[in-house]
Design a protein around this ligand. Structure first.
Ligand code: AMP
Ligand code: FE
Ligand code: FE
Ligand code: ZN
Length: 291
């Protein structure tokens, strides 16, 4: 029987809409055997997801604790670009990592409030105070939260439309963040006993991406894998990445990047090959797979 593995999903602890426990139920209902919880810049959802897995006996699936880290990287063309790192089985109490994630979450909330403020000042029906009050105090607020507020106010019909018209990288209300240099993030996760995978590196719909040379360099800095199977990769991107990953001896993974109703992608729509799981996670010591 096929083992079904989705290594990239978000809960309401970041910018998804399912609670961590709800996410586990959704993953079970979708027939997944392994799911990795990878909220942006936080491990706050781990405990609730872990309880949800342990409550079913025998456990209905295995849960890989993880996170998605926003990082700054060279784009390989003389500029810089935001890349996302998927990190797995690290120790969330590692001081350097904990402090950096705390900083990132605070910066995310400050930036979100400023974006909302700029829109409100221009007459859009968003209330920055109300938006921020709706987020848990230490949570990583993101553009999807503002996008939802715009949907609820009737300004746009969908979250995607909010990105296209107002919040996307080249849209009028976009604001950048100060992300972690990617080499530093790779090292912090390794120091915390975990491992890293470059998320959706050729997702051109999100704007400028990195070149193959950058991926080669990151492999030299300890990057262990590349997310090849992702909804934002077309067939040619997948093919180029499969070849590159094989050439560099990296581990190919796949994930849906499920965000609940904030995106139309279904959980389990992309898969990680079972042999990749062992190669990727075999040496991790920072935390354990649940179930
Ligand atoms: P932020 O973390 O605040 O920079 O926002 C980025 C997040 O917004 C990503 O993690 C996705 O969840 C979401 N996102 C990015 N682009 C889009 C898009 N075009 N449509 C819907 N959601 C998007
Ligand atoms: Fe997201
Ligand atoms: Fe991402
Ligand atoms: Zn993601």
């Amino acid at each position: 029987m096929d083992v079904r593995i989705d290594m990239h999903v978000h809960s309401s602890e970041s910018d998804g809409t399912d609670t961590p426990a709800g996410l586990v139920r959704t993953a079970v209902a979708a027939g997944l055997d392994v799911v990795a919880l990878t909220d942006h810049d936080t491990s706050a959802g781990w405990a609730e997801a872990e309880r949800a897995v342990r409550e079913s006996s025998p456990p209905a699936l295995r849960l890989v604790p993880g996170a998605e880290l926003s990082c700054e990287s060279s784009d390989g063309r003389g500029g810089t670009v935001t890349v996302h790192l998927l990190a797995y089985l690290f120790d969330p109490d590692s001081p350097a990592l904990r402090d950096e994630q705390l900083r990132l979450r605070a910066e995310r909330r400050g930036r979100l409030e400023q974006m909302a403020r700029r829109m409100a000042d221009d007459g859009f029906p968003v209330e920055p105070e109300k938006l921020m009050a709706g987020l848990p105090p230490d949570s990583p607020g993101g553009r999807p939260h503002l996008a939802r507020a715009l949907v609820e106010a009737g300004t746009v019909g969908t979250v995607t439309e909010a990105f296209d018209n107002y919040l996307g990288t080249h849209a009028p209300y976009y604001m950048p963040r100060t992300d972690t240099p990617v080499e530093r993030a790779i090292r912090m996760i390794a120091d915390a006993g975990g491992t890293t995978v470059l998320a959706h590196p050729f997702a051109v719909s999100r704007g400028q991406t990195v070149t193959a040379e950058v991926i080669t360099e990151l492999a030299g800095h300890g990057l262990r894998g590349v997310e090849v199977e992702h909804p934002d990769h077309d067939e040619s991107a997948r093919k180029r990445l499969r070849e590159l990953v094989a050439e560099l001896g990296l581990v190919p993974t796949g994930g849906s990047d499920y965000h609940g109703t904030n995106k139309s992608i279904r959980i389990g729509s992309e898969h990680t090959p079972p042999e990749s799981l062992d190669r990727l996670l075999g040496d991790c010591t920072g935390s354990k797979i649940i179930g």
